[in-house]
Every structure is written in structure tokens, then in C-alpha cells.
Design a protein around this ligand. Sequence first.
Ligand SMILES: [Zn+2]
Length: 104
Amino acid sequence: MSDFTEAFPESLELTDNDSVLQIIWDDGHTSRHRLDVLRAECPCAGCRGHSPQQSLNLKPEQFAQIKLTDLAPVGRYAYNLVFSDAHSTGIYTLKFLRELANSA
Ligand SMILES: [Zn+2]
């Protein structure tokens, strides 16, 4: 049912005093993600664990002042987001970003 991966970001920019990552997709969709929510949703194994018991169960409230320090494409399918708490292992796929609900 999903054709999300067929859309690609046309632009990614920080808005709202660098607290929101706004992505404009090439099919005209705009998604807006608060950085504290993105950080809490980090898909890496260290944050998610390999089972629900291992999950850190992060909450956006823990990252109230979080900023983005780097954002680098990983091939054509994902972005590596580096946060100001020095967390750099999150690989956010385009599909994941596209399917995340707007949080801002
Ligand atoms: Zn993580």
C-alpha cells in the first residue's frame, strides 16, 4: 500500500529557532518534525534495543533543548542525524521520516 519511498526530499531545513526539521518532498508534501521528538524516536539499536525490554523508552521531554549538529545523507535511502547530546548513531530512513506524524 505504501509508495512513500518513491518520494525524495527536495529540501531539509531547520525552522522555528532551529527546533523543527522541515522536509519538503518532491511530491509536494511537507513534513515538520520537532527535534526533541525525532531524538526520542531515534531508530538506532542503542535507543530501541533488540527487544521491548531493552528499549530506552525515550520521551521528548528528555530532550527539551536538543539541537541538530549534523545531517548527512546515507545513500539514497536515509539520513544520519547527529544531535547536540553527541548521539550520532541514528539512521533515519526516508520511509521512516515520511511515515512519522508531523509533530510541529
Ligand atoms: Zn539512538
